[in-house]
Design a protein around this ligand. Structure first.
Ligand SMILES: C[S@@+](CC[C@H](N)C(=O)[O-])C[C@H]1O[C@@H](n2cnc3c(N)ncnc32)[C@H](O)[C@@H]1O
Length: 230
């Protein structure tokens, strides 16, 4: 589970692909976050789908899964949400908390150091859940259950691609196949789903982005969004 190397250019991976080890994952991610000289860095801005949709989302409580330096958590807190932000890395959370203090939103965020595979998701708890650049398809049943009625999941993750992609995991293991994310969320109302290439400050990436709501049935009320918003 998770990404071996978030936004950095591909790093070589063992071809034997050992199973992820939570202790090593914690150590490995701490090391990445403690080494500012490496090419690993995360953008400061929230993921575009969260930023574009923020005014259409239900107010209340948010969860940011694998928060990293907390860009989505801090953005949600700045927009009035009470946020739980979970990550396996102590160092990521320390950096996230420092950034949240600078932003004046720290008191709205609970920083939780945990391996998400062992995390207990409380059912019906969150009005918004964000996951960005973290592969957690197998945990989605529990994550979706944690959505309150009408709650919205916003999930963005690297895709496998035949294009020359500069950003993201070196191994396809942590990249979703086309429609993996969509298929895993068909029990939600899909407000948007897209697969595309996009440029960020570090290069080009291939991503799937899903916005899904915990609602069902016939006539629903849909958020009004501008043309082009994904
Ligand atoms: C690529 S970073 C993405 C961070 C953030 N979501 C963002 O988009 O800026 C992946 C994050 O997943 C965290 N992570 C990796 N394995 C994890 C696990 N098993 N449980 C919780 N967090 C994990 C890492 O510490 C890292 O912060």
């Amino acid at each position: 589970m998770g990404d071996p190397d978030p936004a950095a250019p591909s790093e070589s991976e063992s071809t034997s692909e050992p199973e992820p080890d939570p202790v090593n994952d914690r150590t490995r991610w701490n090391k990445k976050y403690r080494q500012p000289d490496t090419e690993f860095s995360l953008p400061e801005d929230p993921i575009p789908a969260l930023e574009a949709r923020i005014d259409t989302l239900p107010d209340g409580r948010a969860l940011d899964v694998a928060t990293g330096t907390g860009r989505n958590a801090r953005f949600a807190a700045a927009h009035g949400y009470t946020v739980d932000a979970v990550d396996i890395s102590d160092e990521a959370l320390a950096q996230a908390q420092a950034a949240a203090k600078d932003d004046g939103v720290d008191t709205a965020i609970k920083w939780i150091r945990a391996d998400i595979a062992d995390y207990t998701f409380e059912p019906d708890r969150y009005d918004v859940i964000t996951i960005s650049y973290f592969a957690a398809l197998e945990l989605l049943p529990d994550i979706k259950e944690a959505l309150a009625p009408g709650g919205v999941l916003i999930y963005e993750q690297h895709l496998r691609s035949s294009d020359e992609i500069e950003i993201g995991p070196g191994s396809d293991r942590y990249r979703f196949r086309s429609n993996d994310l969509l298929r895993a969320c068909l029990d939600l109302t899909i407000l948007s789903y897209g697969e595309c290439r996009r440029e960020n400050t570090m290069g080009e990436l291939a991503v799937a982005t899903l916005v899904g709501r915990n609602s069902a049935g016939g006539a629903q009320s849909y958020p009004r969004v501008d043309d082009g918003i994904q």
